[in-house]
Design a protein. Structure first.
Length: 141
C-alpha cells in the first residue's frame, strides 16, 4: 500500500474475549471504522451518498491474524482503496501496534457501490466517489 489513510484507536477492555485478546468481530469493526473515516476525510458523508441513491457494499472480506492485541494497546488501522476497471473496489487494510509497528492483522476486502433503487452495483465506482469527494487523493483517486 502506498500512502494509505490511517486512524488510531485504543483497544478497550470490553472488546476483548475470554483469553484477554481482541475479539475477532472487533477487528472487523476497526476496519469498517477506518473505511468510514477515510470517506469522511475525503469529504464524503454517508448522507451525501444516500441523497445520490448509492451506498458502499462489502462483497468479500479476508481477515488474517498476525499478533494478538490486548486491552490498552494503541493500534493504527490503515486503509488503501485500489481502483480497477470494473464495478468492484479492493480495499487493503493493516492493523498494527502504534508503538512499534508490529503487524496484528490484515483485512482485505472487495466491495462496490450499490445503486439503492436498482439494487445493483454501479459502473465506474471511482467516478462516483470522485464526484462526491472534496479530496479524492485520500481515496487514491
Amino acid at each position: 500500500m502506498t500512502n494509505p489513510f490511517t486512524v488510531t484507536l485504543t483497544v478497550r477492555g470490553y472488546e476483548t474475549d475470554s483469553q484477554g485478546h481482541l475479539n475477532t468481530s472487533v477487528y472487523m469493526q476497526y476496519a469498517e471504522h477506518a473505511r468510514w473515516c477515510a470517506l469522511e476525510a475525503a469529504g464524503i458523508r454517508q448522507s451525501a451518498m444516500l441523497e445520490k441513491g448509492v451506498g458502499p457494499v462489502n462483497l468479500e472480506t479476508t481477515l488474517r491474524f498476525h499478533r494478538e492485541l490486548r486491552a490498552g494497546d494503541e493500534v493504527t488501522v490503515s486503509c488503501a482503496f485500489l481502483w480497477g476497471e470494473g464495478k468492484t473496489i479492493r480495499i487493503e487494510q493493516r492493523i498494527t501496534r502504534a508503538a512499534d509497528g508490529t503487524p496484528a492483522a490484515e483485512v482485505n476486502s472487495v466491495g462496490g457501490l450499490l445503486d439503492l433503487k436498482e439494487r445493483r452495483l454501479v459502473g465506474d465506482p471511482a467516478g462516483h466517489f470522485r464526484a462526491l469527494a472534496a479530496d479524492g487523493s485520500v481515496l487514491g483517486l
